[in-house]
Design a protein around this ligand. Structure first.
Ligand SMILES: [Zn+2]
Length: 527
């Protein structure tokens, strides 16, 4: 799962000129609740094979599975070997693999960030003092900017916190610096809200609407993790889809994270005591020079052909992401982010489902299409590639079930995202089907729907591969057991996985897939 992806989405959504998503979903008549015909045969998940697979897949041998590296290629091969052994049909463009062309954007040494004040220049260090965001989703940020520095406090208008930061500030043509978190007088609930991607995005949007030439977000509070994530991309080279493979993108002014330090030339000299909005009387010149290196990575695609002559030409897609965030610079003794939960759990859960179904004597009516995506952490690149270069006709994909982080937290809790958050009610029928499958389980999950909202501050609906499918109008359900303290840390280890829960979530996903696959009607909304 990815957090940064949401920032610019939300930010651009907040800019009146640049709507990026459908407006609020039109009210849709409640679909008649579909009931799933229970599959006659539900094959068992092999728990010990699932445990053995994830223990290997989340071991240091895979070096954190960063897309575009040999380690991610080995992770793809690991999955393909298991699919071959289970007897799945290859459905990529070269056997089980689908080649995803990527560019790695490398910062050239001529990249410079200079603050000048009364003729004296101070250089900011890339990756230590500042970490620019190059691209999120379909949007690029400008590679150069310059202007007078204006400090906008927290860029908040919250009377309860005595902040009205943007009032009276002239932002046009300025490089605007603001503290990205919450003021010291905020209580913990307010703090959590102010540090959310949605809230931060709104502040970015307001500053952009004020005509800023560039934006510097001081990474205070939990935003320190975002700084580290971007700095890590700066060090390894930010990935995007290969040249000529992207839809033309819109460009917005330069946006960067900066490390808040007292004495930083980007902050008032009296900070942290002085956090009043003010012109800093200094000037920033920033110029990024990028080199591009071509690389590639691989989706893994497999097919379980359905038994019904007509329906087998349509597909229920099951997805997870095989990549993770690689080796983290300067992360102490352990520097390998093994991503056992993110998304080793979903990846190996899908392998277990494929293995169980391939061994079953009864095939579903529709075909099942398994896709392990690469480059999710770099901005859902593998799923974007798959939906634009599908190996089956994309119109024949009737639903996509996405598993990302499904092995942690309280034993009976599960989040389902999509039925309410997706626009135009396009996932509501599918959501009702999944609910009926869950209810029929011997031990149903308690479904947490808090995240299934287009307005939730964490914007989870935008944050994993299902979104690439949903953008094409495909009904989706995103299964996740939620965030935890090891999210995107080197401590996301296999020892913390609840295998009983992972098995039960995998069973629910498998039964959901069978329910959709054995039903004659597509799970479309009731229009
Ligand atoms: Zn992730």
């Amino acid at each position: 799962m990815r957090r940064l992806a949401t920032l610019l989405f939300v930010m651009l959504g907040a800019c009146s000129q640049t709507p990026v998503s459908d407006p609020a979903p039109a009210p849709v008549a409640a679909p008649s609740t579909p009931t799933a015909a229970p599959p006659t045969v539900v094959p068992p998940i092999d728990v010990s094979a699932l445990r053995a697979d994830l223990t290997l897949f989340a071991s240091d041998a895979f070096q954190g599975r960063l897309a575009g590296t040999p380690a991610a290629r080995r992770a793809a091969e690991f999955i393909a070997e298991r699919l071959t052994a289970a007897g799945l049909e290859p459905a990529g463009d070269s056997g089980f693999f689908q080649r995803v062309p990527l560019s790695r954007q490398v910062f050239a040494p001529t990249t410079k960030f200079l603050v000048t004040s009364r003729g004296r220049a101070t250089e900011l260090k890339l990756g230590e003092d500042v970490a620019p965001i190059l691209r999120v989703g379909d949007y690029h940020t400008q590679l150069s900017t310059e202007g007078e520095l204006v400090f906008a406090g927290y860029a908040l208008s919250v009377p309860q916190l005595n902040r009205n930061d943007l009032a009276g500030l002239n932002l046009a043509g300025k490089v605007v610096v603001f503290l990205g978190g919450a003021p010291p007088n905020a209580d913990s609930a307010t703090r959590a809200r102010l540090e959310s991607p949605e809230q931060l995005g709104q502040r970015l949007g307001a500053i952009l609407n004020g005509g800023a030439a560039g934006i510097v977000i001081m990474a205070v509070g939990t935003l320190e993790d975002d700084f580290d994530a971007v700095a890590s991309e700066v060090a390894s080279g930010a990935l995007e889809l290969g040249p000529g493979e992207q839809e033309p993108s819109r460009v917005v002014p330069m946006v960067m994270f900066a490390r808040p330090r007292s004495g930083s030339p980007l902050l008032p000299s009296g900070w942290p005591a002085d956090d009043k909005p003010q012109a800093l009387g200094r000037h920033l010149t920033a110029r990024i020079t990028l080199g591009r290196a071509q690389t590639e990575s691989y989706n893994v695609v497999a097919l379980l052909r359905g038994r019904d002559p007509a329906l087998s030409r349509s597909y229920v897609a099951l997805g997870a992401h095989l990549d993770h965030i690689g080796v983290q610079p300067a992360a102490g003794r352990d520097s390998i982010a093994n991503g056992a939960d993110d998304d080793g759990s979903g990846s190996m859960g899908l392998v277990a489902i494929a293995r169980a179904l391939a061994a079953s004597p009864e095939r579903p009516r529709r075909s099942l299409l398994f896709v392990w995506h690469t480059g999710e952490e770099a901005g859902m690149l593998g799923s974007e590639w798959f939906v634009t270069h599908p190996t089956v006709p994309i119109d024949s994909v009737v639903a996509q079930l996405n598993a990302d982080m499904i092995g942690r937290n309280a034993p009976d809790s599960l989040m389902l995202v999509g039925p309410r958050a997706a626009p135009n009610g396009q996932s509501r029928v599918l959501g009702a089907l999944v609910d009926s499958v869950n209810t029929a389980l011997p031990r149903p999950f308690t479904i947490n729907r808090e995240w299934d909202s287009p307005d939730h501050p964490e914007q989870i609906y935008l944050r994993s591969d299902h979104y690439s499918y949903a953008k094409r109008g495909i009904p989706i359900v995103f299964y996740t057991t939620g965030l935890h303290e090891d999210y995107h840390k080197v401590t996301d280890e296999v020892s913390k996985i609840d295998f009983d829960k992972l098995t039960r979530v995998s069973e629910l996903i498998m039964r959901s897939a069978l329910a959709v696959a054995n039903r004659t009607e597509r799970p479309r909304s009731g229009r």
